[in-house]
Design a protein around this ligand. Structure first.
Ligand SMILES: [Zn+2]
Length: 113
């Protein structure tokens, strides 16, 4: 699949994720999707990212501010049903709550080879 077609499929999955979030009682506001290389270098240097190969560089990752009962929520256990749903949509979908090196619960990505 070409990159633009993958990006489109990713955005369509995000639409399903947003609907599921509402169904589960969460409220989302948008965070980063596209990230310039200079910004990635800055995040990497300060430790808020562990890679220089982020899917944000390819527009295949989206961060959300996730609210539960009007409070920002980073809790992996509370957010797990949303992460599980995301990963069920496509074999390449990864939720940051399941990352081994770095817990990143607001992060939803498409990790294609
Ligand atoms: Zn992210």
């Amino acid at each position: 699949m070409s990159l633009v077609n993958e990006q489109w499929a990713f955005v369509k999955d995000l639409a399903k994720l947003v609907a599921k979030a509402e169904e589960l009682g969460f409220m989302l506001t948008g965070g980063e999707l596209s990230r310039p290389r200079e910004m990635q270098e800055l995040y990497f240097k300060r430790g808020s990212s562990k890679t220089m190969n982020s899917n944000h560089l390819r527009r295949l990752a989206q961060d959300y501010n996730i609210f539960f009962e009007v409070k920002l929520c980073y809790d992996k256990v509370k957010l797990k049903p949303l992460g599980d749903y995301w990963e069920s949509l496509n074999e390449h979908n990864r939720w940051g709550g399941n990352f081994k090196s770095f817990l990143d619960t607001p992060h939803f990505e498409r990790n294609v080879p």
